[in-house]
Unconditional design. Structure first.
Length: 148
């Protein structure tokens, strides 16, 4: 017996079982074991597969909004170029520089939050040395943001 997207097999006892592995990997569903369901393994820990393992970054779900925001910032920068080209008063240009800088900093903070919630959280779920590496990476990014 075959169904779309799954492979069904019949055992010697005549009961049908379904292998939904293909669906789980293509639909983005997590293949991580459900802690509430209890462990059916023979004691060996099953590896946790996360979105991060599939190459999905923390900003993925907000990508369209981020691109819209970056285009707006790009427009502010082009406005600065136009202001210089048109010999606008220095203080007016500096005001716009400040607004553009604030917009970039705000974007950076949003991206950092998504990184912490997604990438660092995934590393914490897995444990081991990866957690320390992700925390150190985030700490360095925060330090760079504070220097600006």
């Amino acid at each position: 017996m075959t169904t779309t997207g799954t492979t069904a097999t019949t055992s010697d006892a005549g009961t049908a079982s379904t292998d939904a592995t293909a669906d789980a990997t293509t639909s983005g569903a997590s293949t991580a074991p459900d802690p509430a369901a209890g462990s059916t393994s023979t004691g060996a820990a099953e590896p946790v597969v996360t979105d991060h393992d599939r190459g999905i970054h923390g900003y993925h779900h907000q990508k369209a909004e981020h691109l819209k925001r970056l285009r707006r910032i790009e427009g502010q920068i082009r406005g600065l170029q136009r202001m210089v080209d048109e010999d606008v008063y220095c203080i007016d240009i500096l005001t716009q520089v400040s607004a553009s800088t604030k917009a970039l900093q705000s974007f950076a903070l949003q991206l950092l939050e998504e990184h912490l919630r997604h990438c660092v959280a995934d590393a914490a779920l897995k444990g081991g040395d990866e957690v320390d590496a992700k925390v150190e990476e985030a700490t360095k990014a925060i330090a760079r943001l504070l220097r600006t």
